[in-house]
Design a protein around this ligand. Structure first.
Ligand code: KG4
Ligand code: ZN
Length: 338
């Protein structure tokens, strides 16, 4: 007797990426499409929520059709539909949620709602099923910086989070002040590789003994003050050294706090997730420290660090296996927590 395959189609529209993916049995990616709006938002130096929502509306049905075509499937062959319902921009989220709800209702398919942060964590499970619990997850994105303890699938305990800017937000703001463009993370990362991280002494916010929270606004302000002073004095700024010093400060705090949590709570595995986990220095330093401490480390391939729907489908897969289903009251929740 052949076993029935589970095929989930997932939609992600929480910010400025319209994404659709189809995943078979939690591991086989049959289609993974991302329509990035970056070029549209670049001219404004950041994401404009109304434009993002409008573009999602234009793209989402087309992407769903293309994904099915690429996977060689039709709607009736799907087992379930999943969608990101928060956190994110409310207008943007609503496009995904209402589209997927309408499809699920008309096709009589099970509906699953996925938390975007959970999706980021589950990017690690795409093709990596041997990850074992308990573990500590470091979520670093444009909207979040959190340390999460996971003791099983779908079980989250928040251990620390940013008190002000998210780390990706700090990257984007500093990059904008340096005139690098949007999104600043990857540009600053590339520039930092050419600079000396010890050239400038920038602050590191440890927030007291034993705190697993983060703060990046002081560091951001220190960089802005440095740029202003140089401009007033007519002094040239070594952009690469500034980028490298900013990055060194960010990475040291992220890595050391993660290691401390792992040690204190006896968690043998570290998972990184979110757009900033694509950062070359963060990956390298975390790898080095985890090796020294005898911790196992996982992070997703670069294309699954930033927003995509494959990670949403993967998180939905584990919820589907548990028998979880959303009802027709599923709504966009901009401040949704894990
Ligand atoms: O996870 P993501 O795609 O969207 C959110 O959920 O926020 O993360 C986007 C963030 C942006 O702030 C972007 O600048 C940052 O991730 N980012 C990076 C790198 N690649 C993307 N930050 C630092 N270094 C990178 N290589
Ligand atoms: Zn994200």
């Amino acid at each position: 007797m052949t076993q029935e395959k589970e095929i989930i189609l997932a939609v992600e529209t929480s910010c400025d990426e319209t994404a659709v993916a189809i995943l078979r049995d939690g591991r086989e990616l049959l289609s993974n499409l991302v329509f990035s709006q970056i070029k549209i938002h670049q001219q404004f130096g950041g994401v404009v929520p109304e434009i993002a929502a409008r573009k999602h509306l234009e793209q989402v049905n087309l992407l769903i059709s293309l994904a099915l075509e690429e996977a060689g499937l039709t709607f009736p062959q799907l087992s379930a539909l999943a969608v990101t319902y928060g956190p994110g921009l409310v207008g943007a989220l609503l496009i995904g949620v209402s589209t997927v709800k309408a499809l699920a209702y008309s096709l009589n398919l099970p509906l699953l709602g996925v938390n975007h942060m959970e999706g980021h964590l589950y990017a690690n499970w795409l093709g990596q099923e041997q990850i074992t619990f308990p573990l500590v997850g470091l979520i670093v994105s444009g909207g979040h910086t959190s340390l999460i303890e996971m003791r099983g699938h779908g079980e989250y305990l928040l251990l620390g989070q940013t008190q002000d800017d998210a780390v990706g937000e700090a990257y984007d703001k500093v990059a904008r002040a340096m005139g690098l463009g949007y999104p600043g993370g990857p540009l600053l990362d590339a520039l930092a590789r050419e600079g000396n991280g010890e050239a400038l002494s920038l602050p590191r916010a440890w927030l007291g003994e034993g705190s697993f929270d983060f703060s990046f606004s002081g560091l951001k302000t220190a960089v802005l003050n440095y740029l202003n002073r140089a401009s007033l004095k007519g002094e040239a700024v070594n952009q690469a050294d500034l980028a490298a010093s900013f990055q060194a400060s960010v990475v040291e705090v992220l890595v050391e706090k993660t290691i401390r949590v792992a040690r204190k709570k006896g968690l043998p595995t570290v998972l990184m997730a979110g757009g900033v986990s694509a950062n070359s220095s963060l990956r390298e330093q975390m790898r080095k420290r985890c090796e020294q401490e005898g911790l196992r480390l996982y992070y997703p391939p670069v294309e699954f660090c930033t927003d995509n729907a494959a990670m949403i489908a993967c998180a939905a897969h584990y919820r589907y296996l548990k028998g979880e289903r959303a009802d027709w009251y599923l709504n966009a929740i901009p401040q949704l927590r894990l």
